[in-house]
Write a protein that binds this ligand. Structure first.
Ligand SMILES: Cc1ncc(COP(=O)(O)O)c(C=O)c1O
Length: 323
């Protein structure tokens, strides 16, 4: 809403993400257009540009979807599993076509660029607005709730207004529009601040475990651990095990096998453009997202994992090839 999206508009969103990143488009009655991912698992910046050039018209500073004739106002970018989308290209496209960029940096809190135009910039601080969720499974948590960041003070004031019941007068309780109770409680915020102090320690543990997994698993025929982009310092939030077609078990069989050994693992989310509420929505050349969801298993990644536990997962995966 603070990016000026209203119910007549459209927003370009990723299909490979958790549904929470997309639902707000529908909450305000706007329509999503689903975009594919690239090998980073984040939105494919090349397909995004291709879509804007070939499927839309840029008229009087507005990007109009040729298919629906609606105004596309924004892009939601999700930085998946601690990786970072190609923000240089995405921001260029956004500037060219007057699109606001909403970065859902929930999964990449602490990830930053180490090279390029955005060197030193953290996930969530490049677009118009950045969003972080502090749900229970995130790298830091407050039990629930989240945070909005931006360098646009007016936008932040408007966000605060809307998330606290749009109260225009504190004393007399006057309200100038329909607001929401989306604020974080002060108890949660206190917990969040204490958690934030530990962020770098959590990232250190996750990085060590990632390297342990990666070195051993990349030696196993048919398996690999997906890399993070070269020009970033990732927060190593989630580890994506990729099973190639040469591996004796497929994705679901690996999950079942690990479960029989007492290890929880999981597939990536179901693609959002295939979920019931979105089946009729427009999507653009969804190819890589399909490839990856069929082949990726997320393996244990908690910052409380011990070395022995990581080694146990590795040993179980090694045995599959021998059995
Ligand atoms: C990309 C992404 N956005 C949002 C959320 C959650 O958002 P909320 O705090 O609104 O439940 C998650 C996961 O919980 C997520 O992975």
């Amino acid at each position: 809403m603070v990016c000026g999206v209203s119910k007549e508009d459209e927003v370009i969103v990723p299909t490979l993400t958790f549904i929470a990143a997309v639902n707000p488009v529908k909450y305000i009655g706007a329509e999503p257009i689903f975009m594919d991912c690239d090998d980073s698992l984040c939105m494919d910046a090349n397909k995004l540009l291709e879509f804007c050039l070939n499927e839309c018209s840029f008229i009087d500073g507005k990007l109009i979807n040729n298919h629906t004739k609606k105004h596309i106002k924004a892009i939601i970018v999700v930085h998946v599993f601690g990786n970072m989308a190609n923000m240089e290209k995405i921001m260029k496209t956004a500037e060219r076509f007057n699109l606001k960029v909403i970065e859902d940096a929930t999964e990449a809190l602490g990830t930053y660029y180490t090279d390029g135009q955005y060197k030193g910039k953290y996930a969530g601080t490049i677009g118009t607005v950045g969003i972080y969720s502090f749900n229970g499974n995130k790298i830091i948590t407050t039990g629930g709730g989240g945070m909005i960041v931006s360098d646009n003070e007016e936008l932040l004031n408007q966000a605060k207004h809307l998330t606290t019941q749009a109260k225009s007068d504190e004393l007399y309780y006057t309200h100038d529009e329909i607001g929401y109770n989306y604020r974080m409680t002060n108890l949660q915020a206190a917990l969040g601040l204490a958690q934030l102090e530990q962020l770098e320690d959590f990232i250190g543990i996750k990085e060590d475990n990632y390297n342990l997994y990666k070195e051993a698993i990349n030696e196993i025929q048919g398996l690999s651990i997906l890399d993070f982009e070269e020009n970033i310092r990732s927060n190593y939030w989630f580890y994506a095990l990729k099973c190639n077609d040469s591996f004796p078990l497929n994705r679901d069989e690996i999950i079942e096998y690990l479960s029989s050994k007492g290890i929880q693992s999981r597939p990536i989310w179901g693609l959002i453009n295939e979920q019931k509420p979105y089946i009729v929505s427009q999507s653009y050349k969804i190819e890589k997202a399909k490839h990856y969801i069929e082949r990726i298993v997320n393996i244990p990644c908690s910052s409380s994992l011990s070395d022995e536990e990581v080694r146990y997962v590795i040993e179980c995966l090694k045995i599959i090839n021998l059995e």
